[in-house]
Ligand binder design. Sequence first.
Ligand SMILES: [Fe+2]
Ligand SMILES: [Fe+2]
Length: 247
Amino acid sequence: MTLIAHISDLHVSRHDFDEETFMNAAVEINNLDPDMIILTGDITNHGYYLEFEQAKKYLAMFEAPLFAVPGNHDSRNLGYQTFEETIGERSWKLTMDNNFSVMGLDSSSPDEDKGHIGTPQHMWLEHQLDEGVVNENFIIVALHHHIVPIPQTGRERNVLSDAGDILKTLTTHEVDLILSGHKHVPNIWKINNTLIVNAGSLCSTKLRGKIKNSYMVYNITDDEIEIFLNEVNGEKFLFGKYSRNTL
Ligand SMILES: [Fe+2]
Ligand SMILES: [Fe+2]
């Protein structure tokens, strides 16, 4: 069994970050004792150096290993450089016990809100996925921008600009899970044999309607994957359950 917590859109800043909600979320997630935490971007609100320094202190409160990709907000104000200095590589791959791979992609562009993967990163992704298919890995790909439009988010503006090509690569290689954020709205789509999950915002005050701060938890066994939607300081419920035979 592998337990993964998926958090997104912290927006660490003076005005759009709710510190108390973050602290509660950190306690909840540490109590779950996940194998890893995946953070799908918008760690900061403006990409300011000071925001990254603060974010680094907050992220250090998590006890599990944490892997993050940048969001559009992180790449503002030279934040794409600060991200590398304070958080880590902007795209990466890790393999756990040779049977489980997670890849992080940088879908951000400096000082732009749109999402874009681009040809060099796409080629790198294809190469990594070719290896994964050969090894029959359980494969997770994390990126900030949504690849498929999300309900309840109004007029579509920021879907990945090369979404079609990336979606084709991910689904034809039978990636098991695609993790995104950006819209601050939790959602699951299933396309072919791939689950596409968007996490809500962990602790930002930038919320739509009555949607609460939340994070996702994935309980992955040999037979199935359970996806829990955990509201911070609120309800925790099964959001989706899928047999791995059909994945
Ligand atoms: Fe965001
Ligand atoms: Fe975003």
